[in-house]
Write a protein that binds this ligand. Structure first.
Ligand code: EPZ
Length: 417
């Protein structure tokens, strides 16, 4: 295994190109198997989760060709087969195969999801949606077996605003008989991205991005070409790192509107932000105000940017309160930050963060965004080298990390553990 070495204290300066959104890509790839002919995806991020999905689709008989940030998925030879173990256990979002295979074949057997382990992550709302569409769902030795003679449109109210459940139901409903409405749907940009792909394939979906999505089922879907939206979480992480190192960074190829909540919070702290059409410039300042942050569903402040923000808040004077209303225990990175000298205590869903200098230490990433928080923290520490193990978690969400940070002037390198 590798570890990341960071000699911090250097302001990040320059421009970083943001890649396609991970949380779109790992829904768009399974969505493509609903088509009868080839689907081309552009602006694909080069991430391990994307490679795992390539293997999953190949196991199902699709042909998948990769060329840099382009993927062509030809599902014509696709077969429905049980996937109780193996690669499905490597990433949580393998659950999108349930909706896609159910929509295409009326049947799916998929092992219960793996992935980031910061807290139990149920899929009861996904199952509620599949059953509403007329499927029988049984748990067979840790794999979900889902079967429907004929999927029929239904009115589904989500008890919890869930990105995954909203997308999974959309996938299955796209080829059901009749109309499905999803009430209390999640509104993340990645949901709009999946609906855009499905509509380009011939689906009839309206209202994606609002709390009510209407899907009129169609008999079949065809191939198309689709460019993936930029990764707002990757972009936000670089914005936070720019502020934390008092740098001057332009994050390029982004949709500024997707980062509104973060931009507003950074400005509230005293960071100078300049928005252009497809880029955002972040200019760090010597002093920051402490602020309170509430992680909520979109368009609220993103829970995926809660962890990196906790590292920046150690640089603000005074006490900040960071509360996550989406996940109740997404603070596994806090003890690692405390090892770096951070003055943070966790009370329930909140982290109480006091400003103060950090120092270099050996720390470990326990999940993707926790790892990102440690990278931000390491970048702010002058003198000394921060060593981060668990880099494989970070590589799931940040492609070209060392190259991008080095191009911005950081002293970062990988070393075998
Ligand atoms: C997606 O996860 C993202 N992952 C997560 O990003 C992100 O943190 C999360 O949405 C929230 O924005 C992908 O898109 C692959 P949810 P997802 O269903 O869909 C509860 C990252 O770092 N819930 O919106 O799994 C759940 O426990 C990852 O890139 C149920 O109770 O999240 C959570 O508290 C981490 N029952 C809340 O809803 C369900 O059936 C939101 O979860 C489903 C979810």
């Amino acid at each position: 295994m590798e570890k990341l070495m960071i000699a911090g204290g250097r302001p990040l300066r320059g421009t970083v190109q943001i890649s396609g959104a991970k949380n779109s890509a790992i829904a768009l790839i399974p969505a493509a198997i609903l088509a009868e002919t080839a689907v081309t995806l552009d602006n694909l991020p080069l991430l391990s989760d994307v490679s795992i999905y390539t293997e999953l689709l190949t196991e199902l008989g699709a042909t998948v060709e990769r060329d840099h940030d382009q993927m062509v998925i030809d599902p014509r030879q696709l077969v429905s087969k049980p996937m109780p173990n193996g690669n499905v256990k490597k990433l949580r979002a393998s659950y999108y195969l349930m909706g896609a295979l159910l929509g295409r074949f009326g049947e799916a057997t998929i092992g219960m999801p793996g992935g980031c382990n910061f807290e139990p992550r149920p899929i009861d709302q996904h199952i509620k949606g599949f059953e509403a569409l007329g499927a029988q769902v049984t748990n067979e030795n840790g794999a979900l077996h889902i079967k429907a003679k004929q999927l029929r449109g239904a009115k589904i109210y989500l008890d919890v605003v869930s990105v995954g459940a909203t997308i999974n139901i959309m996938l299955a409903a796209s080829r059901a008989k009749g109309v499905t409405t999803i009430e209390n749907a999640a509104k993340e940009p990645e949901i709009i991205d999946v609906a855009t792909l499905l509509n380009s394939m011939g689906a009839k979906i309206k209202g994606a991005g609002t709390e009510t999505i209407r899907i009129e089922g169609v008999d079949n879907l065809h191939g198309c070409r689709h460019s993936i939206i930029p990764d707002r979480i990757q972009a936000g992480t670089y914005m936070i790192a720019a502020a934390a190192t008092r740098g001057d960074v332009i994050v390029d190829s982004v949709i500024p509107k997707h980062l509104e909540a973060l931009t507003a919070k950074l400005q509230e702290m005293g960071v100078h932000i300049y928005e252009m059409d497809e880029s955002i410039r972040v200019v760090g300042q010597p002093e920051y105000m402490s602020v309170d942050v509430k992680a909520l569903v979109y368009p609220g402040y993103a829970t995926d940017l809660q962890s990196p923000m906790s590292s920046l808040l150690t640089q603000a004077s005074g006490v900040s309160v960071l509360t996550d209303y989406v996940y109740s225990n997404r603070f596994k990175h806090i003890p690692e930050l405390v090892r770096m000298g951070a003055k943070i205590r966790v009370e329930g869903r909140s982290a109480i963060i006091e400003g103060g200098m950090l120092s270099a230490a050996k720390v470990k990433a326990t999940d993707l965004r926790a790892g990102a928080a440690l990278v931000v923290a390491g970048l702010t520490v002058p003198g000394g080298i921060t060593e981060i193990t668990g880099v494989e978690y970070i590589d799931r969400g940040y492609d070209h990390l060392v190259a991008n940070l080095s191009n911005l002037g950081a002293e970062v390198w990988r070393r075998d553990e």
